[in-house]
Design a protein around this ligand. Structure first.
Ligand SMILES: CC(C)(COP(=O)(O)OP(=O)(O)OC[C@H]1O[C@@H](n2cnc3c(N)ncnc32)[C@H](O)[C@@H]1OP(=O)(O)O)[C@@H](O)C(=O)NCCC(=O)NCCS
Length: 210
């Protein structure tokens, strides 16, 4: 069999693709049916545990779950902007406040928490809001600890443990995470994962002709 699809084969693949998309959209609406508020076109693949009492998500919120279950939970305030994506196995737990901007991607097995749960040497445990700016890309198995604020378009490398605030447009890596370098993007770019699928060239073109 050659790599070329016949017309019918292409139609069948397209039909399968649309079936999968519609199933994930239907599951998105069903899975998020009891959260405080959700935007348009949610997408859910697999069976994440979404059990958060004060959760609001924007438009095009996308969650994937798989053999490692994704969990979004807690009684704290939790907000996600538009076009956020949470990949397989990630855990995001809020007991106070976690605020996520627009266009933020959490890769596989990311851990975000706003409380240490237990104190050390009799001191009270640390609990403080976590803020993740627009366009951040959190790499696989990274952790964001309580009290951390990430600026806009921060790229957190895989496996990093972020213990301190990070300014806009930086790559951080390691444990504890340190700034590796500043990142540069074209005008109007919204996302740290800036590649050929990024909508920013169109945004920049609109700005140029304005
Ligand atoms: C950060 C990343 C995207 C690479 O970005 P990059 O701009 O190509 O960075 P470079 O490879 O040039 O690395 C820059 C420096 O950071 C270091 N670095 C990169 N990733 C690192 C990591 N995960 N942990 C520790 N250091 C890391 C490199 O060793 C290099 O250090 P040096 O300057 O001393 O040599 C990549 O390393 C990464 O972490 N990818 C994970 C992506 C992911 O999770 N995808 C899941 C699907 S959404």
């Amino acid at each position: 069999m050659t790599g070329e699809l016949t017309g019918w084969q292409r139609k069948r693949v397209e039909a399968q693709w649309w079936r999968a998309v519609l199933r994930q959209q239907a599951r998105g609406v069903w899975t998020l049916r009891s959260i405080k508020s959700r935007g348009a076109r949610p997408v859910v693949f697999g069976k994440p545990v979404i059990d958060a009492s004060d959760l609001e998500v924007g438009d095009d919120f996308k969650v994937w779950s798989g053999p490692r279950v994704t969990m979004i939970s807690g009684w704290g305030r939790m907000r996600f902007g538009d076009r956020c994506f949470v990949n397989v196995g990630s855990t995001i737990i809020s007991v106070e406040e976690i605020v996520v901007g627009d266009d933020v991607a959490f890769a596989n097995d990311v851990y975000v928490m706003d409380s240490d749960s237990h104190g050390v040497e009799g001191r009270p445990h640390k609990q403080a809001p976590v803020r993740i700016g627009d366009g951040c890309w959190i790499g696989a198995r990274a952790m964001i600890l309580p009290g951390v604020t990430l600026g806009k378009r921060v790229l957190v490398a895989a496996g990093a443990v972020v213990t301190r605030d990070v300014p806009d447009d930086c790559l951080v890596a390691g444990n504890p995470a340190r700034v590796v370098r500043e990142l540069s993007y074209p005008a109007g770019c919204r996302r740290a994962w800036h590649d050929e699928s990024c909508p920013c060239p169109r945004v920049a073109a609109v700005e140029d002709t304005a």
